[in-house]
Design a protein around this ligand. Structure first.
Ligand code: PCA
Length: 326
């Protein structure tokens, strides 16, 4: 109604009316790539609930999990274009746009939670700055548990992986497969069981969370606990849409995001052992990597670190230096 009246209102009256007008209740749709069985998604449901509670239901967030609203590859652009105000993706999926997004997927650069946290601290400003250029504001990031090998047979000699068709989920896993002499094939997380059952892939490296969620025991027999890196999911908002919110709603989101980040890291840590337990229960053989395999993976980590630094230049070197100095 005020829309029609606006032109005849004086500035002062208009300002008063706007200040007094209660902000309308809003709903935000939030696309995510992963399913409801994944802890990242469960964390997001809780985040949404907290935003709802903190705003007395004035800002509700509807989570659309498992690529149901937008596919993984479309989520960032959907948020950038304002088709949705908020979304989640695997950060390293953006590595082909800028190498900084892939820093958490280099084998053995940061393979423990402690190191992963340091790496996130060191790289967060650069990640935020890059996404800000696209009108996106970072809310939080949470790592997956360590990435480990899923195979159809015991592998002690790394040469045994040569020629395998190997599932990849970003450029780093593609490169890793190549360096192992395997053939990479990109497969979305939700398509893993089908990709194995149809023979498109026969090996992969991912977290115990994803392995257990896919019921990996149905199509592979061996889990080798390499825990080689901890790739992160990141949640971001469209900056314009965020800043258009009343301040108390912005604050509610920021507070819930900080809590979701802390809670997500805890959930991730707890998952590691729990989900390896599920793999054992499912009948998989769990082992530590052989010396030869560890040595080869360490070597690949060195190669990939050098390649990353080459690509990321001075800015990348500064982030790695900050991480290592910490
Ligand atoms: N799960 C996701 C990304 C990393 C992980 O542990 C996947 O396999 O696609």
């Amino acid at each position: 109604m005020t829309i029609h009246a606006r032109p005849i209102l004086t500035g002062a009256v208009l300002a008063g009316a706007m200040a007094a007008a209660p902000a309308l209740a809003q709903n935000w749709d939030m696309p995510t790539p992963y399913g409801d069985g994944i802890f990242h998604t469960q964390n997001i449901y809780q985040f949404a609930e907290e935003v709802g509670a903190a705003t007395d239901g004035e800002l509700s967030i509807t989570v659309h999990s498992a690529n149901s609203l937008f596919g993984h590859a479309e989520i960032k652009d959907a948020v950038r274009q304002g088709l949705v105000p908020i979304g989640e993706i695997l950060l390293s999926r953006l590595a082909n746009e800028d190498p900084i997004f892939g820093i958490d997927s280099i084998p053995f650069l940061a393979a423990s939670y402690e190191d992963a946290e340091k790496l996130w601290e060191a790289s967060r400003p650069a990640v935020e700055a890059k996404l800000a250029e696209e009108g996106l504001t970072v809310l939080y990031a949470v790592p997956w548990p360590g990435q480990s090998l899923y195979l159809r047979q015991e592998v002690t000699d790394p040469a045994d992986m040569e020629g395998l068709s190997f599932r990849a989920y970003n450029v780093a896993t593609e490169r890793l497969a190549e360096l192992l002499g395997a053939t990479p094939t990109q497969v979305e997380e939700g398509d893993i069981p089908t990709a194995f059952s149809t023979g498109r892939v026969e090996a992969m490296i991912t977290s115990p969370s994803t392995g257990a969620n896919a019921q990996a025991w149905d199509f592979v027999s061996h889990y080798i606990d390499t825990q080689a890196w901890l790739p992160k999911n990141i949640v971001f908002v469209n900056t314009d849409m965020f800043e258009a919110l009343p301040e108390d709603r912005q604050a509610a989101i920021m507070e819930a995001a900080a809590e979701a980040e802390a809670r997500g890291w805890e959930m991730s840590m707890a998952e590691t052992e729990e989900k390896i337990g599920e793999l054992v229960e499912g009948g998989m053989e769990v082992s530590q990597p052989s010396e030869a395999l560890s040595a080869r993976l360490a070597e690949i980590g060195e190669i990939m670190t050098a390649e990353w630094l080459e690509e990321a230049g001075e800015d990348g070197q500064a982030v790695v230096d900050a991480y290592r100095a910490d």
